[in-house]
Design a protein around this ligand. Sequence first.
Ligand code: TYD
Length: 212
Amino acid sequence: MAGQLIVFEGIEGAGKTTQLQRAAAWLRSQVAVPVLTTREPGGTLLGQELRHLLLKVRDADEISPRSELLLYASDRAQHVDQYLKPNLAQGAIILCDRYTHSTLAYQGYGRQLDLKLIQQLNAIATGGLQPHLTFWLDLAPEVGLQRIQQRGEPNRLEREALAFHQRVRQGYLSLAQQDPERMIRLNAEAPAEEIEQEITKILQKSLGQPLS
Ligand code: TYD
């Protein structure tokens, strides 16, 4: 039986990781199949090295936008081949922190690289593997950036200007409008418990449907 891939997306400080962990705990109490959590970049050993290169380089100019795009694509290809596909084939439910929509939003809308090209690259990197469902935790970039300021040293992407994060958010909005069935917007400015309940409700419904 094929498993399910469920993705969490959003700008910095949206609370994706918290919600992903809570959803994983709830799912584990509901289903017998393995419930796994992973992230991009960094879901494999190669991915961890790429993540370090992508996020820890100090000067934003040291990685050009096209090079950045290809590094994210490389991380994804490795993740799909080595981790996602084999575990889905075993029937696992996988909750993934970021996937193809991040590349469209950040490199496409944020860096303003060609969206068609990114779609082609995503198709190569994923080998056609699409999420069953994507939760988009949406909030104003001002709020998100304020939240992450309290977390300590910002990473390379977090240091980008507000206008960059506004374009990224706009990108997510366009993506959600194109695929409202599978990309679900959640108000990430609501209390965490409320968001958690909403996610649980949607997952419950989705579990009732045949896994595809
Ligand atoms: P991370 O610390 O995981 O951010 P967050 O905690 O907000 O998820 O860092 C991942 C960063 O990489 C984040 O700033 C978004 C960026 N990113 C892209 O620009 N393109 C991509 O394709 C992916 C997967 C992530």
